[in-house]
Ligand binder design. Structure first.
Ligand code: SF4
Ligand code: SF4
Length: 437
């Protein structure tokens, strides 16, 4: 590889590294806008979740067909990217297929596996494009799937197809050049790209060299651009799903976080022993009005959301025509984080921009439609819990604003005075159990 190409590659790598790092730092800062939370529960259970749910894709397989094609893309992404290592070393060192002489026959096996996966990824992407755009699968057509989320998904699928075609074309030209020029190290027959060689054989050596180099550069620059783009896209789940499954709550799904201050009050009211309040404890805000009231785990989960809509397609509120969509809740949290982060980066007011997650992004109508059934939590393939965020927003509405619907306020009042949702005197509560002896 000419020295000029080496220099150009190192500059490209440095520029890509700079922008990707900058974006990672921004995402970390956005997540740090949330409240710190102590991670509880055994770490071996957390690692089990990472292995089974993120690596193993266990929850995806509840819907076999999309899971199968998604698995092909996922496996392709993980394994084909090993080849990127060779691209990077070749780019820096000015070599060509640096691993080929060292790995011998195994290099041929490896390249054939990569090509098989490249074709599998290509087919899976076409299937997904057809499902989204021609079959119009219902969960990709909901109201929150506006122009950008739809374009984001289509763009990534198209980029992947083009990148896979570049690899196959590069390998095809390389195989022809191996016969014509000793500079090209023999790879053995690469099954899928070999099928393309007959259509390229008639081209001159210089044209083939140009195509091979063009595909090489196109693929590696495409990978860098793809990695940067992913940080702005729902496809960030490729990385964040692993982190999210580690930090996902280990408690049973119905578990609702108690507020220690309220627990203490209730216990005192009922004459039960209560933990003493910590000295100088600030009561803080009840529930969440904005992202800084949510936990960092909640915020991180928004970056792990794949926008697959499995949660919304199982949500009884959504299915009965209510405005609530748990997927939109996660998308709104991410949008709010991004808006605040961008504002801070530009020297703006950040969280003090006069907007709030509750009200400006998520409406009360949405959160009040939730039945707390946990169907969304059960459905999520990456262990996201949209209900936890909804409950925090409702807590704020009920406890800080006292602006819950009137019927709810009556129920709260009855629970407080009669220990039941109905307005019976507390002394009558166990009448039903009395026998007529
Ligand atoms: S918990 Fe709420 S948001 Fe989740 S599925 Fe049930 S009703 Fe929908
Ligand atoms: S919260 Fe989970 S189920 Fe819902 S869209 Fe995001 S990844 Fe899919």
């Amino acid at each position: 590889m000419a020295i000029a190409q080496q220099i150009l590659f190192i500059i490209t790598l440095a520029v890509a590294g700079y922008f990707i790092r900058k974006r990672i730092v921004r995402i970390r800062k956005n997540i740090e806008l949330g409240k710190k939370e102590t991670v509880t529960g055994p770490s071996n259970e957390r690692w089990q979740n990472v292995l089974l749910v993120a690596f193993g894709q266990r929850k995806m397989f509840k819907r076999f067909i999309p899971a199968f094609f998604h698995f092909l893309i996922y496996a392709g992404f993980l394994i084909i990217n090993l080849e990127v290592l060779e691209f990077v070393i070749d780019g820096i060192a000015g070599t060509h297929r640096i691993f080929a002489p060292y790995l011998g026959g195994f290099y041929n096996v490896l390249m054939n596996v990569f090509e098989f996966l490249a074709v599998a990824v290509l087919l899976a992407c076409i299937v997904f494009l057809v499902r989204r755009n021609i079959l119009k699968v219902a969960r990709f057509q909901s109201a929150e799937m506006t122009k950008w989320p739809r374009m984001d998904a289509n763009l990534i699928l198209t980029i992947e197809i083009v990148l896979m075609l570049a690899i196959l074309t590069m390998n095809a030209t390389d195989q022809i050049l191996q016969v014509r020029d000793s500079h090209y190290h023999p790879t053995g027959v690469l099954f899928f790209s070999n099928l393309l060689t007959s259509t390229l054989q008639h081209l001159s050596t210089s044209t083939l060299v140009f195509i091979e180099r063009f595909c090489w550069w196109f693929h590696i620059v495409g990978i860098f651009a793809f990695t940067l783009y992913v940080t702005y896209s729902k496809h960030l789940h490729i990385f964040m799903a692993f982190v999210n499954t580690y930090y996902a709550k280990l408690q049973p799904k119905g578990h609702i976080n108690n507020m220690p201050i309220v627990t203490r009050e209730v216990k005192t009211m009922l004459g039960l022993p209560a933990d003493p309040a910590p000295a100088n404890a600030e009561p803080g805000r009840f529930g969440a009005k904005d992202i800084n009231d949510l936990s960092r785990a909640n915020l991180m989960a928004a970056y792990a959301c794949t926008e697959c809509g499995r949660c919304t397609s199982e949500c009884p509120a959504n299915l009965t025509g209510k405005k609530l969509s748990p997927r939109k809740i996660m998308m709104d949290v991410r949008d709010r984080m991004e808006d605040v982060g961008n504002s801070l980066e530009a020297g703006g007011p950040g969280l003090n921009d006069g907007k709030f997650l509750l009200g400006d992004y998520i409406s009360k109508e949405e959160i009040n439609a939730c039945t707390s059934c946990n169907a969304c939590v059960e459905a999520c393939p990456v262990l996201i819990n949209p209900l936890e965020i909804i409950l925090e927003l409702r807590r704020y509405q009920a406890m800080e604003e006292s602006s819950s619907p009137q019927q709810w306020n009556s129920m709260f009042q009855n629970i407080e005075t009669s220990f039941a949702p109905w307005k019976f005197p507390a002394s009558d509560r166990f009448n039903w159990a009395k026998t007529n002896s």
